[in-house]
Every structure is written in C-alpha cells, then in structure tokens.
Unconditional design. Structure first.
Length: 266
C-alpha cells in the first residue's frame, strides 16, 4: 500500500493522515453519544480536542526523538520534519491525558469521571491506529518460516520493499498490529459495556473504567512486545515493554490509593 493518497500541487496527502483524521471524527462521535447518554455538556470535549490534538502531536514527536537521540543528535534539522514520519503513541497519550486533566481542572469538572466517559473513544482510536499499522505494514513481527504450514496460522505477508534489512528472504511475519487491533477492540467493547452499566447502576467508582482500560492496553502491549522483530534478544525487555510495565504498576497503585482515599472519607 502506497503511503501517499494523492498530491495537490507540491503537497502530498498521506493515507496515514487521512485515516487519523477519520479516527478523530469517529472518536468525537463516540464521545458525543456517551456524553449525551450521561446528559452532560459536550462543549468540554471540544475544548479538550482543540488543545489535545496539537499538543499530542508535539508530545508524540518529542518522545520519538528522545527514543532515537543517536540519530537526531547528528541530524538536528530533521527533528521538525514530521512529514517524514516518526511519532510515539505513548508520547501522544501521555500528553493527551495531561491536557484532559488540565482542561477538566480549569473547567472545574471531575477528572476521573470524565476520563471514564472519554476512554471508549480513545481505545477506538487505538483500534484504528493498529489496523492502519497492519495495512501499511508499519509494525513488523518476528519472521515465520518461509514454508509455513497450512494450519490457519495467522501471518502477515510483507512486501519486499518493506521487509527489514537482513530479512528479505522471509515472506511472512507475525501480524502483531492485527493482534493489537483485535485486543484493543475487545477492550473498546468492554469499556462501552461498563460505561453503559455504570450509567444506570453506578457500580464502579469514578476512574475505574479509565484505569482498567489503560491497564489492559499496557498488558497487551507488554505481552505482544515479545513478538516484535525489533526486540533485542540480549536484553530482558524491550524499552516499550518497560513503559507498559510501568503503566500497569502506576494504574494499580493509583487505583488502590484512590480507593483508600474514598474509604477514609466515609
């Protein structure tokens, strides 16, 4: 699949950008439905998106540059070349959640309550992202045998020009992006169901849906990290796995601490 969808004069419009724009629109639609069901004001979502989208792009680029400092320290001019690719989903999410918290705090909204409402849309966006990575062949898993058995083993065919150096002889690789998309879709369905249940029965405390979804996303990324081709066999865990592990620990600690504070109030 070609990266460029079409060109207008000398400006190239990329498929990745189009898909991300569609993901934002669908995410807004999901958020609108959720906010409407909870009889809240949708204006706060618009405020969050106005600040969150550009700040997330900046955060995603900063984290990507930090992860590849050996290269960018020698090519400083390319740090700002976003059209060449290179964004970190972890940086984007970190900054986006920070913007959410600031906007909600400024507007005197309950942060954890609103994060629960927003989380289904965010998870759905991650589903679209991983499907795009799979179709564009951005995420390459470990190689499979050239003569793979016909036993319905999931596999992704990688075009020759997209195969990593040293693996040109392999045709099929682990479809890690597809796995991640499927898992995220399951998490999306779970967040939707929990949000609907909580709307009518209020069984979960504020922040539970947000923290649970974040924990499951990190857990799946930690597990699938062992299937990525870029894993260095000489290290225990890939750097992204360490991030996922820290996120899991942080969500558990925050959940326990929040539950303890709520218990003390009563």
């Amino acid at each position: 699949m070609d990266f460029i969808a079409f060109s207008w004069n000398s400006v190239n419009v990329y498929w990745y950008g189009i898909v991300m724009a569609v993901a934002v629109i669908l995410g807004l639609a999901i958020s609108w439905i959720n906010v409407w069901l909870h009889k809240e004001n949708f204006d706060i979502i618009i405020k969050i998106m106005v600040w969150g989208i550009p700040c997330s792009i900046i955060g995603a680029r900063i984290v990507y540059v930090m992860q590849n400092m050996d290269y960018f320290s020698k090519n400083l001019s390319e740090i700002f070349c976003l059209w060449q690719g290179g964004l970190s989903i972890y940086g984007a999410l970190l900054v986006f959640f920070a913007v959410c918290a600031i906007c909600l705090k400024v507007n005197q909204m309950q942060i954890l309550y609103w994060l629960d409402l927003i989380m289904p849309a965010i998870v759905f966006g991650l589903v679209i992202l991983q499907i795009t990575n799979f179709m564009m062949q951005f995420s390459v898993g470990t190689p499979l045998s050239v003569d793979i058995p016909n036993d319905h083993t999931p596999a992704e065919y990688i075009e020759y020009k997209y195969r990593p150096s040293g693996f040109e002889g392999y045709l099929y690789f682990q479809p890690v992006a597809f796995y991640q998309a499927a898992i995220n879709f399951g998490i999306f369905i779970l967040t939707v169901l929990l949000t609907l249940i909580n709307r009518f029965f209020k069984l979960l405390s504020n922040g539970t849906i947000f923290l649970l979804a974040l924990f499951l996303i990190a857990l799946s990324r930690f597990y699938l990290g062992f299937m990525y081709l870029s894993v260095d066999k000489d290290v225990i865990l890939y750097p992204v796995q360490w991030i996922a592990l820290l996120v899991m620990i942080a969500t558990v600690i925050f959940y326990i601490g929040n539950k303890y504070r709520r218990a003390k109030r009563f």
